[in-house]
Design a binder for this molecule. Structure first.
Ligand code: NAP
Ligand code: 3JM
Length: 338
């Protein structure tokens, strides 16, 4: 089997670390693995297939001989380095929001629009969508195919790991401070996150929405290839370490019963239906953590409209929401194009 030279950019971060683990778990055909991060991480090592691999500083000449670059170093770093990597012949799969809405960059969730990968040739860059969008569209697409979605109203309950390793530490430290009756330290979020919910993810825009909310609106339409779908979102950070949960209300053009929706979703790729309320069974963040699937349950009729359903969707935001989706894109890329 052909093997590829892979660079992980942002390897020391929450997403990058998971990316390295995912490459190993899925037996991705790696010839050489290059780990890149900031100068702060020079000399650190990360274990890959039982060997310690040294982290190197990301530089303009880092991509010579690299076939695929898995990027998660933050938007501004991707904005600068993804085109540099692409110019040297490396296909970039970028996890940041930097290129997602670029019309010449495909935005891909393999279960939904794998065919869009073909457009990687335009700029040498493929964008990985936002974590909350990924888990939602994996469930929406098969339902859209069955009954055509008119409108989606979503509220998210997002884990702190979505903000990265500093936020994981901040929640841990605030919990310890509260139990130890010590002062709370706030560095990452503007308010205490421990035992609290913040209706504020990413920065606020002029329309009153946050950038995170508008990512869900615009990315959903691009991935589903249907600009007519109306989406409105409220994104909330909650004191959970891993796993984003979403309350999703969907209005359809045609009738779709909860039973029919369950039947469709049971067959959908990457989806697991967990929906037995009489036994207290529904998707939970603590159960989704470390898993590859997107979990859906609480599927019920929205009795306030003619054709509507409510549901609860949960996935591991670092796996399906980021690292796993990126590696799945890489797998599809090598299978068909490289
Ligand atoms: P993180 O834990 O804070 O890690 C950030 C990583 O980027 C670290 O490896 C860091 O290296 C590296 N980095 C920062 N500045 C750099 C620079 N100037 N040059 C090279 N490397 C640099 O954050 P994370 O949670 O992994 O997320 C990173 C990014 O991925 C986010 O900003 C976001 O854009 C994206 N993300 C996407 C999703 C998704 O839904 N697809 C989910 C989460 C995150 P050092 O350790 O050396 O500082
Ligand atoms: C920057 O949970 C989250 O905060 C979402 C993940 C994230 C993103 C993203 O993927 O959209 C964290 C920080 C970004 C970004 O804009 O790239």
């Amino acid at each position: 089997m052909k093997e590829y030279n892979i660079a992980v950019v942002g390897a020391t971060g929450a997403v990058g670390n998971e990316m390295v683990a995912t490459l190993e778990q899925r037996k991705f055909p790696v010839k050489h693995l290059k780990l890149l991060a900031s100068s702060r991480s020079i000399g650190k090592t990360i274990t890959f297939k039982g060997k310690e691999v040294e982290v190197e500083e990301l530089k303009e000449d880092s991509f010579k001989g690299i076939d695929i670059g898995l990027f998660s170093p933050g938007g501004s770093v991707s904005l600068k380095f993804a085109p540099i990597a692409a110019a040297s012949g490396c296909v970039v799969i970028d996890n940041t929001s930097a290129f997602r809405m670029d019309p010449d960059v495909p935005l891909v969730v393999p279960e939904v629009n794998e065919h869009a990968i073909a457009d990687y040739k335009k700029k040498g860059i493929i964008a990985n969508p936002n974590c909350s969008t990924i888990q939602m569209v994996v469930v929406l697409k098969p339902l859209h195919d069955a009954a055509k979605i008119k409108r989606v109203v979503v509220s998210t309950y997002q884990a702190v790991s979505g903000t990265g390793k500093k936020a994981i530490y901040e929640l841990e430290q605030q919990i310890l401070a509260i139990y130890g009756q010590k002062p709370i330290v706030k560095k990452v979020y503007p308010h205490q996150i421990a035992f609290n919910c913040l209706p504020h993810i990413d920065s606020f825009l002029e329309n009153g929405y946050t950038k995170e909310e508008m990512k869900m609106v615009n990315e959903t339409r691009k991935i589903m290839e249907d600009q007519s779908i109306q989406v409105t979102a409220t994104t909330v950070r909650v004191p959970v370490f891993c796993g984003h949960s979403e309350s999703v209300n969907i209005e359809f053009e045609k009738a779709l019963t909860p039973e029919a929706a369950r039947k469709i979703l049971k067959k959908a790729r990457g989806v697991k239906v967990v929906d037995n309320p009489s036994k207290n069974l529904y998707p939970l963040a603590i159960n989704a953590a470390g898993k590859d699937d997107t979990f859906v349950g609480r599927i019920r009729r929205d009795e306030s409209v003619a054709h509507g359903l409510n549901m609860w969707i949960v996935a591991d935001n670092i796996r399906k929401g980021a690292a796993l989706n990126a590696v799945q894109i890489a797998e599809a890329l090598i299978k068909k194009y490289l």
